[in-house]
Each structure stands twice: as C-alpha cells, then as structure tokens.
Write a protein that binds this ligand. Structure first.
Ligand SMILES: CC(C)(COP(=O)(O)OP(=O)(O)OC[C@H]1O[C@@H](n2cnc3c(N)ncnc32)[C@H](O)[C@@H]1OP(=O)(O)O)[C@@H](O)C(=O)NCCC(=O)NCCS
Length: 164
C-alpha cells in the first residue's frame, strides 16, 4: 500500500474519533476485564479535549496517514513534547508518543511504522534526543513493533485495584 503521511491540526481532530474508539475497544480486549475501560464515546470525549488543548498550546504534534490520493484518515500518531524529569536526563524536551492507532482494516501493512518514522524525523528535526511510548503490558503485538523500531522497556507501571 502506498501511504501518505502529513502533519495534522485542530481541524483534523474530529476525524480521529473512529480510530481512537477502535483503539479503546482493542484495549478492552487486551485487558480482558482485569481493568475497567470507559465506554468508547466517553473515552473519546475526554481525549478529544486533550488533543485540542495540546495542539492549541503547541505541545502536540499530530500526523495523519492516508492511502495515497485518498481522503480517509486510516491512522494517526499524536506525540507530545514534554520536559524530561529530574532523574533521567533525556534532554530539555523529549517526544512522547501518546497515541498510535491504525484502522482495523489497514493494520499490518506498514502504516504504524510509517507514522512512527514521521514522528521520529520531526523530533530529530527539532533537536530532541530521546522519545518514548507507553504500551499495555499485554499488548504483545504492539510491543513487537515498538521493539523493532528501537524502543526498550524503561519504567513498568504497576497497578492494583483498591477494594474495601
Ligand atoms: C499497533 C498499531 C498502531 C500498529 O500499526 P500497523 O500499521 O498495524 O503496524 P505495521 O504494519 O507498521 O507493523 C506491523 C507490526 O505491528 C504490530 N502489530 C500490532 N498490532 C497489530 C495488528 N492488529 N495487526 C498487525 N500488526 C500489528 C506487529 O508487531 C506487526 O509486526 P509483525 O509483522 O511482526 O506481526 C496497529 O496495529 C493498531 O492500531 N493496533 C490497535 C491499537 C493499538 O494497539 N495501538 C497501540 C497502543 S500503544
């Protein structure tokens, strides 16, 4: 498939809804009832507000994937520019890939890899020296992709429910 990656802006955010909601459903399947997952429309409403605010304040970088010559967005990556914390010296600003989603029909055809390549090129152009991505521990397919791109585990977030 010939894939076209372009930068996106606030006016593109609404077109991300189906891709985001498909990713929420994918997470629901991955955690298999062990962690509550919000209904996809609620999750989208929250995320949409965040995307708009990140794009408004300049901390968000959005990339859109389309089949060459087509209008439909079949995947996207949202990356944030974040200050590095006090312990790990990741440079003044690191890139954190907040979301990577590809439409279920288009998965496995190189779209996610192309989106990560575009994010990486932009971060390097801006002088970032490190980037990160979070992934559910059980999302083995995504972990395999991220390791192929060069990511390695750094922090394990551990979770437990608190029940009376
Ligand atoms: C993860 C995801 C963004 C990867 O995009 P993609 O376009 O399918 O990936 P590519 O075609 O560039 O690379 C293929 C690799 O992606 C990974 N992958 C993850 N989920 C996959 C899926 N459902 N189908 C195919 N490949 C998948 C595999 O490592 C695969 O490599 P393999 O050939 O060794 O199996 C996409 O599959 C997706 O949206 N999955 C559901 C949501 C999700 O898990 N998002 C990541 C949250 S951290």
């Amino acid at each position: 498939m010939d894939i076209e990656i372009t930068p996106g802006g606030i006016t593109d955010v609404d077109s991300l809804a189906p891709l985001w909601m498909a990713m929420v459903e994918h997470h629901r399947a991955v955690v298999a009832g062990r962690v509550p997952v919000r209904p996809a429309p609620d999750a989208w409403e929250r995320r949409r507000r965040e995307y708009v605010s990140w794009l408004q304040d300049g901390s968000g970088l959005l990339f859109l994937a389309r089949r060459e010559g087509a209008d439909e967005v079949i995947g996207y990556a949202m990356c944030r520019l974040l200050p590095s914390g006090p312990t790990f010296d990741l440079g003044p600003v690191r890139g954190d890939v907040e979301s990577l989603a590809v439409s279920p029909r288009a998965r496995g055809a190189g779209v996610g890899t192309a989106l990560l390549g575009a994010v990486r090129a932009e971060l390097e152009r801006r002088g970032c020296r490190h980037w990160s991505i979070s992934v559910a521990a059980d999302n083995a397919d995504a972990v395999r992709l991220y390791e192929r791109v060069g990511f390695r585990p750094l922090v394990h977030m551990m979770h437990a429910p608190l029940t009376g």
